[in-house]
Design a protein around this ligand. Structure first.
Ligand code: SAM
Length: 231
């Protein structure tokens, strides 16, 4: 059975897409999407030998060799120009996701939708989308096994459209902020506690230019998050 997290990612794949799942590990996501008839064809990309072998094994075991090609390579280098119209990248840090997109930019011409699930630093992912004319069209946050996951979905468009207060919404997610769901509240309540703890430590430490700057940054973030938390 697929994790709730990957099922939520799969829910955003447009029916009939030619899919590429980058950093596919066991290729659970493309196997699920093909088996359910959501997509007719998928590429599963992996840069590391072990996960690449797991992906090949899984695809074979499910009898999906005809529809899913497993390719070994770094990021988007596993897809050909014009081959793919939906890319999923899940279960990595937001900075790694952004760097994969940046390095493979030229492969994105035919791609209509990106579905990204950064484990940390969704901010970096949103920033890349903003800088590259991808418009956020959906965001989701969910809790599974005591972890909270964010999903960010984008299509080419006006990247500024969902934003009113850039700094704050890049951090929190403009659409997640509007929904303000229970996992959203929980995630930012936890972050807030964390920052307050660090701030206390800094206040007890010797003052330097660095600690002053760090405190300023933390206070700024604390203020932004306090504004969106339910009382
Ligand atoms: N996408 C799956 C999921 O969400 O469950 C697997 C996530 S797993 C934690 C991250 C995978 O990304 C690893 O298997 C790793 O080898 C792969 N990976 C990391 N950097 C990559 C890159 N630049 N190109 C392709 N795969 C990469």
């Amino acid at each position: 059975k697929l994790s709730q997290r990957l099922e939520a990612v799969a829910n955003y794949i447009p029916r009939g897409s030619r899919l590429a799942d980058i950093g596919s590990d066991h290729a659970y996501l493309p196997c699920y999407a093909v088996k359910k008839g959501v997509v007719p064809f998928a590429v599963a990309g992996e840069v590391v030998e072990g996960p690449y072998q797991s992906a090949k094994r899984q695809v074979k075991m499910k009898g999906l060799d005809e529809q899913i090609i497993v390719r070994k390579g770094n990021g988007l280098e596993v897809i050909a120009l014009g081959e793919i119209d939906c890319v999923t990248i899940a279960g990595m840090g937001g900075a790694l996701i952004a760097s994969i997109l940046e390095e493979g930019k030229n492969k994105l011409d035919s791609v209509k939708r990106l579905i990204l699930q950064p484990n940390i630093s969704a901010l970096t992912t949103r920033q890349w989308l903003l800088d590259n004319a991808w418009e956020l069209i959906a965001e989701e946050i969910l809790e599974e096994d005591d972890k909270i996951y964010e999903i960010v979905v984008a299509e080419k468009g006006d990247p500024l459209k969902p934003y009113k207060n850039l700094q704050k919404e890049l951090l929190l997610g403009p659409l997640l902020m509007k929904q303000s769901s229970a996992p959203f509240q929980k995630k930012w309540r936890n972050e807030l506690k964390n920052w307050q703890r660090i701030l206390k430590q800094l206040e007890n430490a010797a003052e330097s230019e660095e600690t002053i700057l760090k405190k300023k940054e933390l206070n700024e973030k604390i203020r932004m998050v306090e504004e969106v938390l339910d009382k």
